[in-house]
Each structure stands twice: as C-alpha cells, then as structure tokens.
Write a protein that binds this ligand. Structure first.
Ligand SMILES: N[C@@H](CCC[C@H](N)C(=O)O)C(=O)O
Length: 303
C-alpha cells in the first residue's frame, strides 16, 4: 500500500511556532504520541503547537484545532489565530475572517503593516471557577497559593485570567531574575489549577510597556504566547499598573494589546511569518522542506 504524504506549512507568530495542516478536504487524525514525536525539536519537525484547519460546522471561514507540543488538545492559541487568520484572508482575498475554535468564534483582520494581523480574542473570564481554580477566590487579581513550590513570597500571589485557556501572571521586579525553566513546571501543575495553567512572569518597565516571559502549559519556555500577552494586558489594566492599551514585550518581539472599554473585548496585534512549506510521510514520519517561506521584512517595516 502506498504511504500517505501530506503537505504542511511551518509558521510562527513572533517565534511561537506551528505546523499547520489543511484538513478541510481530507481529515487528518494523529494520535497524541505522533503529535509529540513530530513536535520534538531534536528528532521531529519541532513546534510549540500543531494546528489543524478544518471545515467549520457553523459555516464560518474555518475551524482551528490546536494541539500543544505534548500532544494534548487545547482551546485557544492567540498567535496561531493570527497566523491562520492571515492564511484564510490571503486565500479568500478578504480583510476579515471568522475562525471557529473550541473557545468560541474569533475574528481576525488585517492590521496596519505587512504580515501584521489583529485578532479579537473576545472577553476575558475572571471568575475563579472560569479560570478554573480548585477553590473559591472572590478577587482574582492576586490569589493566595497556599502550597508554594518556590521559596519566594512574590511567586505565591498570581493574578489569574482565562483567555480561552488558563493563565497565571506573577508580577515581579525583573523577569530576567528568575529561572523560569525551573519554576515553570512547578507552577504549571500547582494543585490550585485543576487544568494546569500557562505561567507568565511580568514587570512594567515604562508607561504601558510590559516585559513578559512565558512558560506554556504542555510546551515549556516559548518565544511568545498570544493569549498570555492578552492575559497580562488585562491583569495589568485591572490592577491599575497600566492603561487599557499596552505593548507586551516577549522574547520573540512585541505584541500590541487593547482591552477595549466599550465592550470588554481584547484585541491583539502582531506579526505572522511563513517559515517554509514541507511534506511528511505519515507512515514513516519522515519529512522534508518543499518550498520557501516569507522573504525577510525590511527593517522598520514591521508594526
Ligand atoms: N501559544 C499560544 C497558547 C497555546 C496553548 C497553551 N499552551 C495552553 O495549553 O493553553 C498562544 O499564542 O496563545
């Protein structure tokens, strides 16, 4: 029997990278172990998330399925929504598309600047049981972690926000002063988070400018996380640390966040990039590059 070869695209949003499959015509079902093997950076293609574009049962532009590098399926990915939004807009020649996700319908539209896309990520959920947390907290701006894995009082009082997925934000003096690779896994799996959580360290360094490092649930350290950027922007404004429009500076670059006053929606704007085209033999999991990606942007062209 002939082996099955499938084309894919490798993309990223500020370094948060994805393998993207088009499964609208031909479904693609991969097991957790296969996804984790493909996501492995040493022996596989290597990615933070695997994104499967499927037909929407609601009749919008597409459904986007998201798997973390460890093979677990999750509901939200901000950077991938911008990347898939760009692909669908280019394909249809439109400047606004609607993407169905497990977390709801999201609208993506062309932002000013080449390859820059804005996504309306909807309304953040802020109640303790919406995060979700394992016990009740009236105020989610700073919850008390009773069992702290780390001997540092600052790391016991995160703000928590759900942006379609759970986020905990630890306000620190300097994000560089912490070994996030060591503390990230302990905080991600803290018993207060029944579904685990994405962990951000954040500090405001100038007016409405926030430096952030993220340990992603099911992935690890990442160059950028769109939903974390949204969650940090919301947590900062809620706390009066910033206004409602912020720039979140991640290791991979800046993301613009607006927590819109009129309707409480969070708008996220940032760059997208096609790295290369590839194809994979699904029987042997051997893969190769088949085409080039975006040409580098001129210095100063990004916005
Ligand atoms: N990289 C993403 C978030 C991906 C999902 C996350 N790791 C989770 O488990 O919730 C983003 O850009 O938002």
């Amino acid at each position: 029997m002939a082996s099955e070869t499938r084309p894919f695209l490798k993309m990223n949003g500020l370094g948060n990278d994805f393998v993207v499959w088009d499964a609208r015509e031909k479904p693609l079902l991969l097991g957790k172990d296969v996804i984790a093997a493909l996501g492995d950076r040493e022996n596989g293609i290597g990615f933070d998330q695997m994104i499967t574009v499927e037909r929407s049962s609601l009749g919008v532009d597409a459904f986007m399925r998201i798997h973390n590098q460890n093979g677990g399926e999750v509901s939200a990915c901000g950077n991938a929504t911008r990347c898939i939004g760009r692909l669908l807009m280019e394909e249809a020649g439109k400047d606004l598309v609607t993407i169905e996700t497990a977390a709801g319908l999201l609208h993506a539209f062309d932002a000013a600047g080449p390859r820059s896309v804005t996504v309306d990520m909807g309304v953040p959920r802020l109640q303790w049981d919406e995060i979700p947390l394992a016990e009740e907290f009236a105020d989610t701006r700073a919850i008390e972690l009773q069992i702290g894995p780390i001997d540092d009082p600052i790391l016991h009082t995160p703000a928590v926000v759900n942006m379609g997925n759970p986020h905990a934000i630890f306000w620190v003096k300097d994000v560089e002063a912490y070994d996030l690779e060591r503390i990230g896994p302990l905080l991600e799996t803290h018993p207060i988070f029944p579904e685990c959580a994405n962990i951000s360290l954040a500090h405001v360094f100038d007016e409405d400018q926030i430096r952030v490092k993220v340990w992603e649930r099911g992935v690890g350290l990442t160059l950028a996380c769109g939903t974390a950027a949204c969650a940090v922007g919301v947590a900062a404004a809620r706390d009066g640390k910033t206004g409602r429009k912020t720039t979140i500076h991640l290791p991979g670059g800046p993301i613009g966040i607006e927590w819109r006053e009129s309707d409480g929606h969070v708008l996220m704007t940032g760059l997208t990039e096609v790295e290369y085209e590839g194809e994979i033999d699904l029987d042997t999991l051997t893969w190769r590059k088949t085409g080039a990606g975006d040409t580098p942007l001129q210095a100063g062209a990004a916005s």
